[in-house]
Design a protein around this ligand. Structure first.
Ligand code: PHE
Length: 463
């Protein structure tokens, strides 16, 4: 563990009696871990299907605007809060609020983030389980020469079986707990350094295949030709919510990861890198998927099953499809894995530091609790498929409440904290950008643009 250097001497996290913890080995490790958290099912599974449901181009533009104007500044704010606080999200918020002479109630922001991460992991793991089970399908040649119907029935068969869903969910949660239990350096860092580049390469291969389908142009047009008359206000809320989801914002994850970031590493530079990588992966996924959808006359608005019903068709038809298909689902599993470890981390960090629980025990305990909650989502696809609350199925409801409501609200509060509760001197010191245009722009955006934009989307949707 590196000792708190002189640069952090006056920082709240370094006050006597509080120990700053383990650090990332390097800036690259942080970038990869943060990108590993950001890049996940959100990019490859969720982005394409919600783009499909919301009609394409116009939605994509709103989403990109949300990333740049809202997501990126908040990403910087979260990392800065985390590094300055030096502890778990809730504790960092409490320490910083105290240091700035603000209300202790700010700790609630850390809390709501932690709760959101807990709930999200419960359903995230179900979808990740689908990916794991598709590794087996792909490797055993189940897709070879199969048409849309056969591929469709493989998928509905999986969803219809609570036993299979829970089994794969269990496998995935065990994988997650195993990495988190090993700790930041040995667990998280090692895993991401290898896996991220592999995923990226494979996506390029799939885009290459999409170009041969004859429908590449239609796919590109669907993604980028904007018809704003088709855009509903609900779609704007989804785009906003997804910007938070995909960048892992609004739940303290980037705060938790930021707390492991060494001093004197540029927060702005790292944040931009992470946001760009995340966006590129999502767009590549869209470019790989929609041409296949159109070439096979599938429905872009098919919902959560979209990639599981389209990509296998491509794998079944392309040369080397068994290998490429297996590799793809392995990497999708890894992308989900590097995200899920980040979803478990805040709770584990908190159990360790506040309850004095050993890391291994904390990881297993938290994973077990998440696992139990995940069963609700698993059953919502079959046994409880008729149960609905507020007009939504249980899975959709958990997704909606966390991603579209809790994340933006928590992110909004993090922005208000960084922009208004923290002094100019503190944020400037932590961001280490000097007092030039870049810093001023960030501060202006985080104080005015971000809160107003998030509030506007909410108010609009409530009216
Ligand atoms: N950002 C991850 C993804 O896009 C999901 C995630 C959400 C991870 C929230 C952590 C926190 O898949």
């Amino acid at each position: 563990m590196s000792s708190p250097s002189s640069a952090s001497g006056s920082r709240p996290g370094a006050e006597p009696g509080t120990v700053r913890h383990e650090r990332w080995g390097s800036r690259l490790a942080f970038v990869l871990a943060a990108a590993g958290s950001a890049v996940g099912l959100g990019n490859i599974w969720k982005f394409p299907y919600i783009t499909g449901e919301n009609g394409g181009g116009a939605f994509v533009i709103v989403y990109l605007a949300c990333i740049a104007l809202i997501g990126l500044p908040i990403l910087m704010a979260e990392v800065l809060i985390g590094r300055r606080g030096g502890h778990s999200p809730a504790r960092s918020m409490a320490l910083l609020a105290r240091g700035e002479g603000r209300s202790g109630a700010w700790v609630l922001v850390g809390w709501s983030g932690m709760i959101a991460s807990f709930v999200i992991l419960s359903f995230y793991s179900i979808i990740a389980g689908w990916a794991v089970s598709y590794v087996v399908h792909a490797a055993s040649g189940d897709f070879t020469g199969a048409g849309p119907e056969r591929i469709g029935s493989l998928f509905t068969g999986l969803l219809g079986s609570p036993l299979q869903l829970v089994a794969w969910h269990t496998v995935f949660m065990v994988m997650t707990a195993a990495v988190v239990a090993r700790g930041v350096r040995r667990g998280l860092e090692r895993a991401v350094t290898v896996l991220m580049p592999g995923l990226f390469l494979l996506l390029l291969v799939l885009v290459g295949y999409a170009m041969t389908t004859g429908a590449f142009g239609r796919g590109v047009a669907f993604l980028f030709a904007a018809d704003f008359s088709q855009l509903s206000t609900m779609a704007v809320l989804s785009a906003l919510g997804h910007a938070f989801f995909t960048l892992s914002l609004g739940m303290g994850i980037m705060m938790a990861y930021g707390s492991y970031l060494p001093p004197r590493t540029s927060i702005a530079g790292t944040a931009v890198t992470v946001a760009v990588m995340d966006t590129v992966v999502a767009l590549l996924a869209g470019l790989a998927i929609f041409p296949v959808v159109f070439a096979n006359n599938l429905e872009p608005a098919a919902g959560p099953g979209l990639i599981f019903q389209t990509l296998p068709l491509a794998f079944g038809q392309m040369p080397g499809g068994v290998l490429i298909g297996s590799a793809f689902f392995v990497l999708l599993t890894f992308a989900a894995w590097t995200s899920s470890i980040s979803l478990l981390e805040p709770t584990v960090e908190w159990l360790q530091e506040r309850r004095g629980v050993r890391r291994g025990v904390a990881a297993v305990g938290a994973a077990a609790a998440v696992w139990a909650l995940g069963i609700v989502s698993a059953l919502s696809f079959n046994v409880w498929s008729d149960v609905s609350l507020f007009g939504k199925g249980l899975f959709d409801l958990l997704d909606f409440v966390t991603a579209n409501i809790m994340l933006p609200l928590t992110g909004l509060l993090a922005a208000v904290f960084a922009g208004w509760a923290m002094s100019r001197a503190s944020t400037r010191e932590e961001l280490e950008m000097g007092d030039g245009t870049a810093y001023r722009l960030w501060r202006f955006v985080i104080r005015y643009v971000t809160p107003l934009a998030v509030a506007a989307v909410f108010v609009h949707n409530l009216l």
